[in-house]
Structures are given as C-alpha cells and as structure tokens.
Design a protein around this ligand. Structure first.
Ligand SMILES: [Zn+2]
Length: 481
C-alpha cells in the first residue's frame, strides 16, 4: 500500500513537524501592515526553502505588486491527476496585544494546543499538506499524484493579486482539483468538508451636499444634510421583515428543497450555537430561515461603517459637506456580483434625494462557489476524513467567502476540496489563537489519504461539462419544483 510508509514517517516525525510549524508561526507575516513587509518576505523565503528541502521541484518566490506567492510543484506522475494545493502564509495583526497570554509570535504549547497568531489560520492548516507531501517524498521518493502548490501572502487582505497570478499562469496551473484547509470543523472528532461559500461584493457610497461644512444654526432645516440623506437611503435598504429591499435582488436566489434544510439542521450549527458564538442574545434577519440558513443559503447586506460629521469630544454645530458608507453584500450560490452591483447602483440612483449627489464605488467582489458533493474528489475527501479522523465528515456551507475558491472555479474551471481543520474554539482572528495539535497530526494523515485516493482515480479529468452535468443533477434533486 502506497500510504503505509508515509503514514509511519508522519507518525515518527511529529516532534520535528511541530518544531517546524513553530518556526513558521514565529514570522509576524502581517499582510495589512507595511511595517511587516520584510517579515512577509522572510516568511516566504523560509517557506520556499522548506518546500525545496522536502523535495518539491521548480520552487519559486513569485513577486506581485504587494506580497509574493510561493510556488512549488512535483509533476513526475504522468497520467495521474494533478492536485493544486492552496494555503496562505500571511496573518492578521495580533492586537490587542495585552489580551494574549503568551506573545503572539512566540509560539507556545499549552496542553494540546499551539498558541500563536496564524497557528491555525492558516499556517497550521496548510502545513498539514506540506507535511503529507514530505512524508511521501522522503519515503517513496514519489507522490501518488502530480502536485502544484500555491501559497499566497495576501489572503487576509482579500487576495488582490491572486486573480492576475492565476489568470496569468492559467496553463502552468492547470489541475484537476484544488485542495485546501482554511475553514472550520465541528469538533475534534467531527471533521467537515466545506462545499459551499457565499460570494462577496464590497462597495462605498459617498453622498455630497454643500461645497463645505456649514453652520447648523444658520443652515439647519434649509440644506439637506448629506449624512442624514445617506442614513435615510441606508435605512430603506431593508424592509420590515429583514429582507433586502432592492428590486430584483432575490431573482436568482432559488428556494432549496425541504430535504436540504433538514440535512442542514442535522449537520450544521443550531440557532443557539450561532448566538453563543456571536455572544449575542437575539438573532435578526429574514423570517422563515434558521440562523445557519440566513448566513449560508440566503444573501445578506451589511453596513460595515459610516463616516461623516463631527466625531470628536463635545459639540460642533455642523452640517457635514459629505458622508460615506461602506456596504458589503454576501451572495447566495446563484447570484452574480456583477448583476448585484448593477442593481445596487440603479437602486441608489432611484432613491437618492434630488437635494444631494451620490457616487458608488466598487471595492472588491468574489463569486459564490458551490461544489458538487458527488464529484469523485469529494468522495476521495470523505474517505480521507474517515481514515484520518475515524469519522464520517459533515458537509458544511460557510457564510464567508474565500477568494481562492471562486478564483480557481472561474479561471481554472476546477472544484476545490476544502477540509477545514479549525476548531470552533481556535479563536482565529482573535487574541490567543491556537491550533489543536492532535488535529494537526490527524490532518496530515487525512492529507496523505486524500492524495492516495485521488491518485487511485485515474479517470479524474477536469471536464467542465461533466462538472456542469453533475451539478445540474444535484441541483434538480435539491430544489423544490
Ligand atoms: Zn485563512
């Protein structure tokens, strides 16, 4: 069996795997802060060097206008499928620093967990796949599949250079399936495959009134305040039952079958669990849907920020000349960000009072992604989770949007197998982020089995047509008619 020596290697090398993961977490590779640009570079160099050491070919640090992509490949299995392994080595800022029990970039083991910024998101998670490759290459001198590794340094800032990288290297990156770990599982003994994610669209709306700020005594009541006009427009974006009130917004959101809701109730988080995670007492939103459905099957519009007027101490009697709102949409599987962008602009133009002017700017967008649960690579993933965790994985939807998944779908025409390894209490993006070490080791075992299972699927081809047909079959089962 091709896996046995690799599995033994992974078992006996746990101490060195942990030491290397600590080395990786030690880099403060914060992508959003210019002061960490050198740390990002050093982290990329370390990773590239590591990929060379474990036996990958053509390892390169590919510069982008901001942070580099680390690339490595192994293409010596002609006739076998190609797996594109994705991860991100950048992390979020660690503040507030005083809330950490140990310094965020001095990785520390306490109990069964490794604490540190990025330990889970995504360094620990993607490192499981690097270690799986090492286990094969150091024992068999071969992999069961061809592999292309793409590790980016910009995921936490919305992957601004991933589209040009993937589109520009379209032929070189050709693969049958993408494979990644950058999401949640349900519990240490409940692995999960994330098979659907929402799309995203982020915009800014700016409202302008008078040429400069005005005295609210001299002009209040006579000049329309841009901040007030903006708030009136924002307030009208939802109706009284929590639905988005933009005409045509729901046209492409199709209803799902009762069976889908039932399976989501069985496998996904309950309302109580989601409220607990949010540390909130009451839910809100569209009537007739569970909170899990509202955050995954249904789209949402969120106001992320409003800027305008006087924000300092005490009073300042002013009518501001301008106001700005940051708006984001999360889009359900059938919605296209381009359509929604158009609908939103048309709607804003319609509801804008004649007394002010407005401008809408699009900041970023990502298409929703839905993977066919019956795709052969998904069956390989189920088998791999079973081998790694001794449990059948749940299929989960996520309300978030990982740009890479939609980019691989759109530009390479391939599905992504996404096995999340973050536990609900791993505190990603928060102080005291951690990675559960038993899950790290089980993730490596899972990855070893996944690569073996894909390698056994000789006929796995990137056939867009097959994919579309399989998807159509799944959807006709899942939709109410
Ligand atoms: Zn991540």
């Amino acid at each position: 069996m091709i896996t046995s020596r690799a599995l033994e290697y992974a078992q006996s090398h746990r101490p060195s795997f942990l030491a290397q993961l600590k080395d990786l977490v030690r880099f403060p590779s914060v992508s959003s802060q210019p002061k960490h640009a050198q740390d990002i570079k050093r982290c990329a160099a370390w990773l590239a060097n590591h990929l060379r050491k474990i036996g990958l070919d053509s390892v390169r640090i590919v510069p982008t206008p901001r942070h580099p992509v680390v690339y490595g490949e192994w293409k010596r299995a002609p006739g076998r499928p190609t797996v594109l392994i994705y991860g991100h080595y950048d992390v979020l800022p660690a503040d507030p620093l005083r809330e950490w029990h140990s310094p965020p970039f001095e990785p520390t083991v306490r109990g069964e967990d490794l604490y540190g910024r990025g330990a889970c998101d995504d360094k620990g998670q993607f490192f499981t796949h690097v270690k799986a490759l090492e286990a094969y290459l150091q024992t068999e001198r071969a992999l069961p599949v061809n592999v292309k590794c793409v590790f980016e340094g910009e995921e936490e800032i919305d992957s601004p250079n991933l589209v040009p990288f993937v589109a520009g290297n379209n032929r070189a990156l050709r693969a049958n399936v993408a494979f990644m770990s950058d999401s949640q599982m349900l519990a240490p003994d409940r692995p999960a495959i994330t098979h659907a994610q929402r799309g995203a669209l982020r915009l800014e709306v700016e409202v302008r009134g008078p040429k400069q700020d005005l005295h609210s005594g001299s002009f209040g009541g006579a000049i329309h305040n841009p901040l007030q006009a903006l708030c009136e427009m924002i307030a009208s974006l939802h109706d009284k039952v929590g639905r988005v009130a933009i005409p045509g917004f729901y046209d492409r959101v199709r209803p799902w079958a009762a069976a889908e809701s039932a399976s989501m109730r069985r496998t996904g988080p309950s309302d109580a669990q989601i409220l607990h995670d949010a540390r909130a007492e009451k839910g809100w939103g569209e009537r007739g849907y569970s909170l899990y459905e509202r955050t995954t099957l249904r789209p949402a519009l969120t106001v992320n920020g409003i800027l305008g007027g006087y924000q300092g101490l005490g009073v300042k009697a002013v009518i501001p000349a301008r106001a700005l709102a940051k708006i984001s949409f999360r889009l359900a599987p059938d919605q296209d960000p381009k359509d929604i962008d158009r609908l939103f602009r048309r709607h804003i133009a319609r509801i804008m009072p004649g007394s002010v002017q407005s401008a809408v700017r699009t900041l970023s967008s990502a298409k929703p992604a839905l993977m066919n649960r019956n795709h052969p690579s998904m069956r390989a993933a189920v088998l791999a989770c079973w081998k790694g965790f001794d449990a059948v994985p749940a299929f989960l939807r996520t309300g978030g949007s990982i740009p890479a998944v939609s980019i691989f779908q759109e530009y390479l025409g391939i599905p992504t197998v996404h096995i999340g390894l973050a536990l609900p209490d791993d505190r990603i993006h928060s102080p005291n982020e951690k990675f559960h070490l038993p899950t790290f080791y089980k993730g490596i075992t899972t990855s070893i089995w996944f690569l073996a299972a894909i390698g056994a699927l000789r006929r796995l081809r990137a056939s867009p047509r097959e994919e579309v047909e399989a998807k159509a079959a799944e959807w006709s089962l899942a939709y109410d008619h």
